[in-house]
Design a protein around this ligand. Structure first.
Ligand code: UDP
Length: 270
């Protein structure tokens, strides 16, 4: 007997579906196999991606929690609940596929927080910095999360203009992002992976706590294999999809294999 029942779909994004449950303080997230890039202009189905991103995210959330970083992660569904995903009212959710995660509901802050340790992607398109340049001081960029506007880069003044968060909240958000970088960079380095950059999203729980939300996976982290010099062969993240390099699922699988080697097992929600 599962501890919860799946309720109606609350939200469908590009990579995940979020369902309510019969418990007000519990949401079920389904990771999809859909891959999108360039503001969803490029799309594909990559079988297994949802499973891999869910499992990688669960392990990284578990690790970050142990480092004292609060996240929305509550656990993976119990393995005994093997019912298929179905209509509202089904017991538990599609745990058999391994692409479901239980999380705390949060009021998502519509900001994308990016930390860059090495120059890549948009930074190199917008500024005269060569890809691969190690940034002496990692860079934190805030973007306004709005696909229609193309997620524009924010200045502090523009953030104030929008009034999404006050200065104290912005500082808390940035501090949490730096803590994630401080925790994940050495973790990945120990796996012979370079954490080039990553994007996180945050939200406030019902009791007002700032939590790391969304996911942490090769969809929103750039990860390079430190043991490979070739600038394309070393890519183990969504750039393989963006740049049509192939082997996307294989690369994500390699990341999961390495992360599994060091992270404690993901907790199971009961
Ligand atoms: N990123 C993301 N979602 C976005 C934009 C960026 O997850 O909507 C991630 C991306 O995968 C990379 C980091 O944030 O790890 C920095 O991305 P960048 O600004 O370089 O943009 P991109 O080159 O991906 O367009």
């Amino acid at each position: 007997m599962s501890a919860y029942c799946l309720g109606p779909l609350l939200h469908e994004g590009k990579a995940k579906r979020v369902y309510t449950t019969d418990q007000p303080d519990l949401l079920a997230v389904e990771f999809k196999d859909d891959a999108t890039a360039f503001n969803a202009q490029k799309r594909a189905q990559l079988s297994g991606k949802g499973f891999l991103n869910c499992q990688i995210s669960a392990l990284l959330f578990e690790y970050l929690e142990l480092q004292g970083i609060p996240t929305h992660f509550l656990g993976l569904p119990p393995a005994s609940s093997t019912s298929a995903v179905g209509e509202a009212g089904d017991e538990a959710s599609g745990e058999a596929g391994g692409n479901w995660m239980l999380v705390r509901p949060v009021r998502v802050v519509p900001l994308e927080v990016v930390i860059r340790n090495i120059a890549a992607g948009s930074l190199c398109k917008q500024l005269p910095i060569a890809p691969g340049t190690r940034l002496e001081q990692p860079l934190l960029d805030l973007y306004y999360k709005d696909d229609g506007l193309g997620d524009p880069l924010l200045s502090e003044a523009r953030l104030r203009l929008l009034g999404l968060v006050d200065d104290a909240q912005r500082i808390a958000i940035e501090q949490l992002a730096w803590r994630v970088n401080t925790a994940l960079r050495p973790l990945f380095a120990g796996l012979n992976l370079e954490l080039v950059d990553f994007k996180i999203e945050l939200g406030y729980s019902a009791d007002g706590q700032l939590l790391l939300a969304d996911e942490i996976s090769p969809d929103n982290c750039r990860l390079w294999d430190r043991g490979i010099a070739d600038s394309q062969a070393r890519i183990l993240d969504k750039d393989r999809f963006r740049q049509d390099l192939g082997g996307v699922v294989e690369a994500y699988g390699e990341v999961l294999k390495r992360v599994q080697g060091v992270c404690p097992e993901s907790r199971v929600y009961r």
